[in-house]
Design a protein around this ligand. Sequence first.
Ligand code: G3P
Length: 225
Amino acid sequence: MKLIIDDANPDTIKGLYEYFPVDGVTTNPTILAKEGKNPYEVLMAIREFIGPDAELHVQVVGKNADLIYEEAHMIRKRLGNNTFIKVPVTREGLKAIKVLKKNGFPVTATAIYTHMQAFLAGKAGADYAAPYVNRINNLGVDGIREAKEIHDIFRNNNMATEVLAASFKNSQQALELAKHGVGAATISPDVIEGLVAIDAVTHAVDVFIRDFESFCGKGTNMLNV
Ligand code: G3P
């Protein structure tokens, strides 16, 4: 399962890249608006840092297929060919996805709440389909189960589309999807940090250091004993 950062702050992204095995960055209009700068300024800083070959996912805002198509061209022109165009799976969005795929764009179908949206996005040729796990949970439906079932729909229909699960509240949810082998999960920085913020691990490491230092002396390690 690819692990992708769902954020648009270049400093936060740099920090996570330093410590975690991450595979790219997703953004959405809400995340970009939080940065308080021109969206392309922010996105170009991210692209420059992650490099031309890394996955960067950028969402369109237009409500009709023609405008979405024009936005996609501008996004590709400014951010490079390996920029996934995130298109919400509405009626117009599906039309846009079909046209974008015919023209060689990488596409992430987004704002997915139902199996049917995902199935149609797969049929339209989307590379990724992004179910919103936590937002689905908030509708009283099990978002994790839905993401797994969407993965199964793609495999059972021989579609190449991968699940790019989004909207996580905790690291346990991401792990559940890794066990099922879904293609990717995009996770906010605080939830990524939560993947290793385990009190028992911190305690175990502290005890190792304490025992070592009590025998070899304060400040010692395998370099200076
Ligand atoms: O891009 C969609 C995803 O980021 C939504 O996450 O946490 O706003 O539900 P959230």
